[in-house]
Design a protein around this ligand. Structure first.
Ligand code: SF4
Length: 304
């Protein structure tokens, strides 16, 4: 059990609700969510579980997400399956995953008619609006592994979708344009059953090998897994939510303002530092990770 802290002094009932999170991957060796994560993170979490600190404030969106999942179940009265946990054995490991919704029929809210739809796995996510602009390969991977589990159990799957609810949505920004509605469907690419099977096997083998390794030999997280960003310069205007353009160097940014924006003094270049965002702010095993400590020291030397 990791250590739950309350550094921001959240109300007691919120902290208690977080502490009583009923989530469990059951008897499985690994869950679908873990399978798509870097083996380094999964192993370090297992090995340092009793030393890892997690603050209640970092779990607040997950808590809200659980509440919304429950409420969204009432959107459906067709007998769709909600929060169904299924599992299969792969190379001696039990893999389990929970789908937010598996649905083959839905009610048209305008006509009240029921209509048959493609067998669909639907997952709800509560994300920031800026996340709508990025690719999310992990969404596609997660839903395809779930599809594999359903198909292996004899259920057809012909469509995958993420229903995103934007937790920081603003009506004022929406009215200015170029901004999403408060909730949006993101269709995900459905792989063939063979491609899903190959991917699942590859991930299982990767995690199984990591089990046998000392900390220092664990496979390194890739730059993508570290959410590593190169430093950039964003061209901003005080009255616009989003940057007009993001460029790699200050020289390019200044030239853009001069040549493309006619030197308009309202525009300015804002430095966005690069770095490994996940390691720095979102990885609870960072204090135990030799890769991160080594790279941090190397970056500091380079900056000096
Ligand atoms: S700190 Fe960074 S490199 Fe280390 S496990 Fe976490 S994400 Fe991977």
């Amino acid at each position: 059990m990791s250590i739950l802290t309350n550094k921001q002094n959240l109300p007691q009932q919120i902290v208690s609700a977080i502490m009583r999170d009923p989530y469990s991957r059951g008897e499985a060796h690994i869950s679908v969510t873990q399978l798509i994560q870097p083996p380094r993170i999964i192993q370090l979490r297992k090995r340092y579980d009793d030393k890892i600190e997690e603050d209640a404030s970092d779990r607040i969106w997950s808590l809200l997400g659980q509440t919304c999942h429950k409420i969204l179940e009432r959107s459906d009265d067709t007998g769709a399956m909600h929060e169904e946990r299924i599992g299969i054995e792969v190379n001696g490991w039990w893999i389990s995953g929970q789908s937010d919704c598996y649905i083959t029929e839905q009610k048209n809210y305008l006509t009240g008619e029921y209509e048959t739809i493609k067998p669909t796995i639907r997952d709800y996510k509560f994300i920031k609006t800026m996340a709508a602009d990025f690719a999310h390969p992990d969404w596609e991977q997660q839903l395809n592994i779930l599809a594999y589990l359903w198909r292996e159990q004899g259920f057809p799957v012909d469509s995958l979708e993420i229903v995103a609810i934007f937790r920081d949505w603003s009506k004022a920004y929406f009215e200015r344009g170029n901004y999403p509605p408060p909730a949006k469907v993101f269709k995900q690419k459905l792989w063939t059953h063979e491609a899903q099977e190959a991917f699942v096997m590859q991930r299982v083998l990767l995690h199984q090998k990591a089990e046998e390794m000392d900390d220092k030999w664990l496979p390194h997280c890739t730059p993508e897994e570290q959410w590593r960003k190169a430093p950039t310069w964003a061209i901003r205007h005080p009255k616009r939510v989003k940057a007009v353009r993001v460029l790699k160097t200050l020289t390019e940014a200044e030239a853009y303002i001069k040549n493309e924006l006619n030197g308009d003094k309202h525009y300015y270049a804002e430095h966005r530092p690069g770095g490994a965002t996940r390691c720095e702010s979102f990885c609870d095993v960072a204090p135990f990770c030799s890769q991160y400590q080594y790279e941090k020291e190397a970056d500091a030397k380079q900056a000096a």
